[in-house]
Design a protein around this ligand. Structure first.
Ligand SMILES: [Fe+2]
Length: 312
């Protein structure tokens, strides 16, 4: 297999992990992302690895979850093409060996080019989404990149600092397993970097940088990658500890990831997790819609008696 990523230039190697870096890749030349391949993946994904949503309401954390029901993969793709659906093949590198190999290859290529990069954990996902679909302003916890494979989208990135990134919201996203919804104001756009992504473009941005997405009027297929380094783990531990302090009434004053205050937070987090006070249940989707290629938006509501976690 040829290289996945075109070589980074000297500036990109220094910027990687700190600022937005736009790269070129060759994933669109692989048949992993053809309609046939995607239809098979949709059919073989375990229900927990097939996250499907449709748009509804202003709070994206409550957008309806959609079950596949008995619709074959090709029918699901048809519903995405004509409707209003977001599909995430979650953690695909953990259940499809071809994507596991792809993850190895991508991160080996990064490691060979970015000085000092030490990725200790990584994962890939595949996003398949409808023409004109949107993703609201949100934050992700690990290091992230998006790799556009089919269709075009506008990817809008905001600075990973206040007021765009509010520590209390980041801490909340870290402590819960929910989608990291963050407060958005339209004037933030004056400070944003919009990037139009076409097949072959990839973006990696600063850790926890808020972003939102607007698809062009065409079906979009993207690969997403997430990764952890020792530094990202320390930032996570600091945010977790600060979130606990805030939860118990203190306003955290330090975002340091070294020194005694940091290690006290690591100890606090460990004690809290051991105590059983943590909500281990996490976030569970309950499908209230099902795929229907013939229905408006490609989905139809399920009667409440049939609401259930997908696959239940
Ligand atoms: Fe994201």
């Amino acid at each position: 297999m040829l290289s996945v990523i075109d070589p980074l230039d000297a500036h990109q190697r220094e910027l990687w992990g700190h600022q937005t870096v736009k790269l070129r890749h060759h994933l669109a030349e692989m048949d992993l992302f053809s309609d046939d391949s995607l239809a098979k993946l949709i059919e073989t994904a375990a229900p927990k690895s097939l996250a499907m949503h449709t748009e509804g309401g202003t709070d994206p954390s409550t957008w309806p979850s959609v079950a596949r029901g008995t619709v074959p993969g090709a029918g699901v793709l048809e519903a995405v093409r004509d409707g209003k659906l977001w599909i995430n093949l979650v953690g695909i590198s953990e259940w499809d060996p071809r994507f596991a190999e792809l993850a190895d290859k991508i991160f080996a290529e990064f490691a060979a080019q970015v000085p000092g990069l030490d990725v200790v954990k990584r994962k890939l996902g595949v996003l398949i989404s409808s023409p004109k679909a949107t993703v609201h302003y949100h934050i992700d916890i690990p290091g992230q990149a998006i790799w556009q494979v089919r269709g075009r989208k506008r990817f809008i990135i905001y600075p990973a600092t206040e007021p765009f990134l509010r520590p209390a919201e980041l801490e909340e996203a870290v402590r819960s397993a929910t989608y990291g919804v963050a407060t958005y104001q339209p004037w933030y756009d004056e400070h944003a970097e919009p990037h139009d992504l076409a097949p072959g473009d990839a973006l990696h941005w600063a850790l926890n940088g808020p972003h939102r997405i607007e698809n062009f009027d065409e079906l979009s297929v993207s690969l997403t990658s997430e990764h952890w380094t020792p530094d990202i783990r320390r930032t996570y531990a600091m945010n977790y500890g600060n979130g606990l302090l805030r939860h118990y009434g203190w306003t955290p004053r330090s975002r340091a990831v070294t020194g005694p205050a940091f290690w006290a937070k690591v100890a606090l987090t460990a004690a809290y997790r051991k105590s059983g006070l943590q909500n281990k249940k996490g976030y569970q989707r309950v499908a209230t819609f099902t795929v229907d290629p013939d229905a408006h938006n490609g989905v139809r509501p399920l009667p409440p008696s049939q609401w259930a976690p997908p696959g239940a």
